[in-house]
Design a protein around this ligand. Sequence first.
Ligand SMILES: *Cc1c(COP(=O)(O)O)cnc(C)c1O
Length: 374
Amino acid sequence: MTEPFLPFAKPSIDEATIAAVAEVLRSGWITSGPKVAQFEAQLSEYFGGRPVRTFNSGTGTMEIALRIAGVGAGDEVITTPISWVATANVILTVGATPVFVDIDPASRNIDLDLLEAAITPRTRAIIPVFLAGLPVDMDRLYAIAKKHQLRVIEDAAQALGSTWQGKPIGSFGDLVSFSFQANKNVTTGEGGCLVLNNAEEAALAEKYRLQGVTRSGFDGIDVDVLGGKFNMTDIAAAIGIGQFAQLQTITSARHALARHYFAAFGTEFEAQYGVQLPPADFTTTNWHLFEIVLPEHMTRSDFMAAMKEKNIGIGYHYPPIHLFSLYRRLGFREGMFPVAERVGRRIVTLPLFRTMGKQDVERVVDAVKSVLVR
Ligand SMILES: *Cc1c(COP(=O)(O)O)cnc(C)c1O
């Protein structure tokens, strides 16, 4: 008898949130309005009063962050090859050049030991990614940025609810970008938000997200920068408000499930099966993903197919960006970032979402062991 399908991620929207969305739909105002303002105010409070603006995707949020930082043609931006391709795409979108730095094999984040060697006179910004929600060493990151006078745009798409020395990611630092895409810990369906440094940056963010419009000047409206169409709807914001109210519940449920994964795999699992588990961090990460690196004898596609036969969905986050055709055309090659290439080929994401039970974790662990046993 086959057990029901277990996806690797699944949003859970409660009935109160569904009712709030219906209320917006009936209200006569469904695009950006009072719900967006309310959601931004709640986020700002959580981030210690820093200005926050919302957008219709995490990708759009990152693009606008780069524009606010003044990054454009002729500039280099340093980032990691192990992220969703959006992280590097936005660098190209604003006309700048992505410069990749290999990852640390344990954290799977950008290797800060290698960061300074990649800085040139053209470097304008660093985009660190907090893969699976795990932050980099934030003190060290900002010390390097300060020393070389670089902007930091934190791709914290996966890190809402993560902390550094007890402070929420986003409550300190330079520009901090989050995503509310459907698989993220807190979702609006699609969406994102940017934490900014001051009122001037917030005003610029508002212009970039809506055609460069300011409500002043000639005829009560003026356009003085080239903006786009990136505003969040009140429909999405109503989902976000409902979800954000549960941030603590979501984060602690994910911590408990991650702990159960470690307990169920057992202390001998890594050595016996040649697998690498994620760092057992229960202070900084929000456990957005539970990712393991497969042993040499098992390809990702074989593993995923075998797990699918057991009705378990497996994701992978992520294949190395520099080996996509678009990036190869820019001159990137196999062998440039050996750690990212090894990890990127063999990393898989196991199911982890708030409404999963401990018995689901045990089912996944039993399946992984039976698939990987030689
Ligand atoms: C989800 C994600 C993005 C993009 O966010 P969207 O909301 O899907 O546009 C960027 N970077 C990382 C690391 C992500 O996980």
